[in-house]
Design a protein around this ligand. Structure first.
Ligand code: GDP
Ligand code: MG
Length: 445
C-alpha cells in the first residue's frame, strides 16, 4: 500500500517513445554515429519500459535518467554500483617482461605525438617508470624531431634518430635500446594517416607483430563525427586495439565519438587529452562524458534528488516503525537489500554510535554478500502473513520456506533468530526515543 502511494507507476511504452525522441536528437547533436544511436536507443528502451517512475518526476525525466545510466554503463563497460558510484577508470596495462611496448595509432593530427609524450611523462613522474619514446613517423618531415623536443620538455628519453630507417626497424631498435637501457616502457609513436589507408595500416600491424605491445592505443579527436565508427572499427579489425585515448576534450565537442568508438570496438576509453600542454592529461570518467554527450545534466540531477528524497522518506517510515516497536520480516528484507549495498552489516554497524558490542557479535556472523542474498531469498519464500508475523512459522512452514528458497531449515532458523535479535534491539532503541540516532541510522538505510 505504501509503495502505491510513493510511486507513480511503471513507464509505459508510449512514455518511453516520446522521451526517446529528445534523447535521439541529443545523441545525434553530440555526434554519436547513427547506427550506434539506433542500437543504444533500442537497448535502453527495452530496459526502460516497465520501470517504476519516482514520485515528483515525470515519465520523460525518468527516461532521461535511465538513458544516462545506460550511457555510463556503456562507456565504462560496467554498471555503476547500486549507490551510484561510477566504475573506476581502466588503467594502462604494464604487465609483461620489461620493457613493455605501447603502440600509439590513429589518424594524422589526432594528437598521437602529443599524447605519447603526455603518457610517458606521467608514467615517469607519477608512476616512477623509466620510459623511452620513439617516433616511427618517417613520412612527415620533422616528425621525429617533434617527439624529441617534447621529450626534452617532459624530461623523457627519446631514441636517437637514425636517418633512412624504416618503421619496423626503428621499432626493433627501440625495443633493444629499451632492454639494454633498463627501461620499463617503450612508447612507439606511429605515423599518422589522413584517412584509413591500407598501406599504413599494414605497417602498423607489422610493428605490432615485431614488438608485441601490451597496449595498442587508438588516439582519436573528440571532434571526430560520424567517421568515428569507421576509424575505430578499421584499426580494431586490422591491428587490434586495447584502449582509446580521446583528445581535444577541452574543446566544444560533446564527445559522441567516445560512445561510437566504445560501441564498435568494446575497447575501454582509458585517457583524455584536455589541452596542448603535457600535463593536460586526465583519467576517463564515464559519468562525466555521459553527462556531456546527453547534455541533460539538470534532469539527471533532478531525478537523483527525487530518489534521495524517497530514500529519506523510507528511512523516516522505518524509524517510526522502530519507535513503535514494529520491525517485521518485510523490514528485515529491506535492510538486507540495503546492507548488501553498503558492504554488509559490519559496515552499517560501524557507522552507528554506541553499538560497538553489537558490532562484535555481528562480526562473528561472517556476513558475506552470498549470505545476504540467501537470506533475502528465504524471506521472499514466505507468505505475506508470515513476514508480518514470524511467530506463526513452525516446523512444516520452515521446511516449505527452506525448499522454496533453496536453503536449509537451519538457515531459516538462523534468519528468524537474527530478526528477533534485531527487533529487540530496535525496540530498545525506539524506547530510548533517540530521534537523532534514529534519523542518522535511517539515513544510512
Ligand atoms: P599527431 O599527428 O596525431 O601526432 O598529432 P599531434 O600530437 O602532432 O597533435 C596535433 C595538434 O593537436 C597539435 O597542435 C597539438 O598541440 C594538438 N593537441 C593534441 N592533443 C590535444 C588536446 O588534448 N587538446 C588540444 N586542445 N590540442 C591538442
Ligand atoms: Mg605525430
Amino acid at each position: 500500500v505504501l509503495d502505491g502511494l510513493r510511486r507513480r507507476g511503471a513507464l509505459k511504452e508510449s512514455d518511453v517513445d516520446q522521451a526517446m525522441r529528445d534523447v535521439r536528437l541529443a545523441l545525434l547533436e553530440a555526434d554519436v554515429a547513427l547506427p550506434v544511436v539506433r542500437d543504444f536507443i533500442a537497448q535502453v528502451k527495452e530496459r526502460a519500459v516497465g520501470q517504476e517512475v519516482l514520485k515528483s518526476v515525470t515519465p520523460g525525466q525518468m527516461v532521461v535518467k535511465i538513458v544516462h545510466d545506460g550511457l555510463v554503463e556503456m562507456l565504462g563497460g560496467a554498471a555503476p554500483s547500486e549507490d551510484g558510484t561510477p566504475p573506476a577508470p581502466e588503467g594502462l596495462n604494464l604487465l609483461g617482461e620489461p620493457p613493455v611496448a605501447f603502440l600509439m595509432v590513429g589518424l594524422q593530427g589526432s594528437g598521437k605525438t602529443t599524447s605519447t609524450a603526455k603518457i610517458a611523462r606521467r608514467l615517469q613522474q607519477r608512476d616512477k617508470k623509466k620510459v623511452l619514446m620513439a617516433s616511427l613517423d618517417v613520412y612527415r618531415p620533422a616528425a621525429q624531431e617533434q617527439l624529441k623536443i617534447l621529450g626534452e620538455q617532459a624530461e623523457v628519453s627519446t631514441l636517437p634518430i637514425v636517418a633512412g630507417q624504416q618503421p619496423v626497424d626503428i621499432a626493433k631498435r627501440a625495443m633493444q635500446a629499451g632492454r639494454f637501457g633498463g627501461y620499463d616502457v617503450v612508447m612507439l609513436d606511429t605515423a599518422g594517416r589522413l584517412h584509413v589507408d591500407e598501406g599504413l595500416m599494414a605497417e602498423v600491424a607489422a610493428v605490432k607483430t615485431a614488438t608485441n605491445p601490451s597496449e595498442v592505443m587508438l588516439v582519436a579527436d573528440a571532434m571526430t563525427g560520424q567517421d568515428a565508427v569507421n576509424v575505430a572499427d578499421s584499426f580494431n579489425k586490422r591491428v587490434g586495439l586495447t584502449g582509446i585515448m580521446l583528445t581535444r576534450v577541452d574543446g566544444d565537442a560533446r564527445g559522441g565519438a567516445a560512445l561510437s568508438m566504445r560501441a564498435v570496438t568494446q575497447c575501454p576509453i582509458k585517457l583524455l587529452g584536455v589541452g596542448e600542454k603535457l600535463d593536460e592529461l586526465e583519467e576517463f570518467h564515464a559519468d562525466r562524458i555521459a553527462g556531456r554527450i546527453l547534455g541533460m545534466g539538470d534532469v539527471v540531477s533532478l531525478v537523483e534528488k527525487a530518489r534521495e528524497t524517497i530514500q529519506e522518506e523510507d528511512a523516516e517510515r522505518l524509524a517510526k516503525k522502530i519507535q513503535k516497536g514494529e520491525f517485521d520480516l518485510n523490514d528485515l528484507a529491506d535492510q538486507l537489500k540495503q546492507m548488501r549495498k553498503m558492504g554488509g552489516l559490519q559496515g552499517l554497524m560501524g557507522m552507528l554510535p554506541g553499538i560497538g558490542k553489537m558490532k562484535d557479535q555481528m562480526k562473528n556472523a561472517n556476513l558475506d554478500e552470498g549470505l545476504l542474498k540467501r537470506q533475502e531469498a528465504i524471506i521472499s519464500s514466505m507468505t505475506a502473513k508470515e513476514r508480518r508475523n514470524p511467530k506463526v512459522i513452525h516446523a512444516s512452514r520452515k521446511q516449505r520456506i527452506a525448499n522454496g528458497s533453496g536453503t536449509s531449515v537451519q538457515e531459516v532458523n538462523k534468519l528468524l533468530k537474527q530478526h528477533q535479535t534485531m527487533a529487540k534491539m530496535m525496540k530498545k532503541m525506539g524506547k530510548l526515543g533517540q530521534k537523532g540516532l534514529m534519523r542518522s541510522m535511517g539515513g544510512m538505510m
